[in-house]
Design a protein around this ligand. Structure first.
Ligand SMILES: Cc1cc2nc3c(=O)[nH]c(=O)nc-3n(C[C@H](O)[C@H](O)[C@H](O)COP(=O)(O)O)c2cc1C
Length: 219
């Protein structure tokens, strides 16, 4: 049982990474081997619309673009479960995460009415989102509507509806006094973190365990 966490934050040890690592701890405790992959050190681009992956004379499910993302895509295809972690940028996933999905999802998708997925297996997965917004603001800024198309793509191509975990109102800076940040109250942020982040971490741990259980039920 191999569980992969993808860090779509450029920050290696902050909110998204901490929750991803906790989810991997849960997966490990359920007996899985785990791998943490950070996207930002990698050099890659999104889909170049070459349609190699959809040619009738080629094996489907292969992204022909060769860059640092290529081995990651192969690892994702071989995984038993995946945890997608992204900070929310402009009410969406980060650009690095979106580019990964363009490549990974589109190369495993064909324009077939009967079965669009050529992945050939089911992979349970979960999204972990971290954001400045409060839960109420996610509705105001249409966050769930914005990410729904990729989540739906994951459901269709990986064959399992992804789980979701949202960490709201995160602490963004170690020292707010160093940055223009007058729209935030640092003390309110820290109080919110004190009250909620432990619970977010516990949920992440549980999520890692759930994913292993789901993967075991499939395999
Ligand atoms: C470029 C950029 C855009 C952002 N846009 C939003 C946003 O639209 N909504 C939001 O709630 N937070 C936004 N944030 C804040 C981050 O989502 C938030 O601080 C997140 O928890 C950071 O994750 P990290 O600590 O793992 O890097 C943005 C941050 C950056 C750097």
């Amino acid at each position: 049982m191999n569980v992969i966490a993808i860090n779509g934050s450029p920050r290696p040890n902050k909110n998204t990474a901490q929750l991803l690592n906790k989810a991997l701890e849960g997966a490990k405790q359920s007996g899985a081997t785990t791998e943490f992959i950070s996207l930002y050190p990698l050099q890659y681009r999104g889909c170049v619309s070459c349609f190699y992956c959809k040619r009738k004379d080629k094996e489907h499910g292969t992204c022909i673009v060769k860059d640092d993302l290529s081995p990651v895509i192969e690892k994702l295809k071989a995984a038993d479960a995946i945890i997608w972690g992204s900070p929310v940028y402009f009410s969406n996933m980060s650009a690095a995460m979106l580019a990964l999905f363009e490549r990974f999802l589109f190369s495993n998708y064909i324009y077939s009415a009967s079965n669009p997925s050529v992945l050939g297996k089911q992979i349970p997965s979960a999204f972990i989102y971290t954001m400045n917004m409060t839960e109420e603001q996610t509705h105001q800024f249409h966050f769930r509507d914005v990410v729904l198309p990729v989540e739906t793509g994951v459901h269709r191509i990986l064959g399992v509806e992804p789980e979701k975990l949202y960490a709201y109102n995160t602490v963004q800076f170690d020292d707010y006094s160093k940055f223009e940040s007058s729209i935030f109250s640092e003390s309110d942020k820290r109080a919110y973190k004190e009250a909620h982040f432990e619970n977010d971490l516990n949920q992440a741990f549980q999520l890692g365990q759930n994913l292993v259980a789901k993967a075991q039920a499939i395999n």
